[in-house]
Design a protein around this ligand. Structure first.
Ligand SMILES: [Zn+2]
Length: 282
């Protein structure tokens, strides 16, 4: 089983997790920019983090043969802090980098006017930089949050086929299915969505535009739940090809729209120096 995890926050995970993921079949992943737990107080904290998403983390992943890509954005939670909003001005520089395959994660946390502004501004950046957009939906008041999210996406003029709306569940999937956007599901140990519930959703809505991720982050989470979902699909009668479509070909198709996915073999002898990965032997 080959696995592409389209949404996982490796910054918050240990190197042992990379090792376990590689053993479970994870060959590629996308790490969206998000918050750091501790609130940021300046733009410098964002730029160091973004640099690590395009430098250090790809190196750490590469040691286990995993291809690492990133999405870059001001996350919805920190869009409410004026000290953080200034980062919007430095995003264009990062959105041009190799390995950055979307603008994200953007969207709503508490649905404030500040979040409205940051969301709309960053959808405009996605259009301008010809990148897909990864959209987070709020964990509270999910139905209203998703409906408003789809309104903002529609108003932005971005092609819905270049937008993934994430953290969906049984309540919110229907509206997103009808919108033409991609549907993302975060499989968690005890909240959001389980592998078994995911299988029911795939039965009902089909495999097209479906993305399954572990979203593993600072909370209780498990980077191997993508694999568990593949196993649950097989146990429920889906074929190996169906599993490959959901866990590999779909995320490749979605992020491939950036024209920046690199899924070739990783240079296992590379070293990390200064701010960048050096090829083995060089
Ligand atoms: Zn996330």
């Amino acid at each position: 089983m080959r696995i592409f995890d389209p949404h996982i926050h490796m910054t918050s995970r240990t190197t042992d997790d990379y090792e376990r993921m590689a053993a479970a079949g994870v060959r590629a992943l996308v790490e969206p920019a998000f918050w750091l737990g501790q609130p940021r107080t300046s733009v410098g904290s964002f730029t160091d983090y973004f640099d690590s998403l395009v430098g250090w983390e790809p190196f750490r992943a590469g040691q286990f043969g995993i291809r690492h890509h990133a999405t870059i954005a001001l996350n919805p939670k920190e869009a409410n802090d004026p000290r953080c909003r200034e980062v919007l001005g430095v995003l264009p520089r990062y959105l041009e980098k190799d390995g950055v395959v979307a603008v994200g994660e953007i969207g709503y946390d508490s649905m404030t006017p500040e979040e409205d502004d940051a969301f709309a501004a960053q959808l405009a950046l996605a259009i301008e930089h010809e990148l897909p957009a990864l959209v987070h939906t709020p964990h509270r008041d999910k139905a209203r949050g998703s409906a408003r999210t789809l309104d903002v996406v529609r108003e932005s003029g971005i092609d819905p086929g270049r937008v993934a709306v994430d953290h969906l569940n049984e309540v919110t999937v229907g509206a997103v299915a009808g919108s033409g956007c991609w549907m993302g599901f975060s499989i968690y140990p005890d909240t959001k969505m389980t592998a078994e519930r995911m299988v029911h959703i795939l039965r009902e809505y089909g495999l097209e535009r479906m993305l399954v991720n572990s979203a593993a982050d600072w909370g209780r989470s498990d980077p191997l739940l993508t694999r568990r979902t593949g196993e649950a699909m097989l146990a429920a009668g889906f074929s190996d090809d169906d599993v490959d479509r959901v866990l590999w070909r779909n995320p490749v198709e979605f992020y491939g729209q950036s024209k920046r996915l690199d899924l070739g073999p990783v240079d296992a002898d590379a070293t990390f120096e200064g701010n960048s990965i050096l090829r083995g032997g060089s």
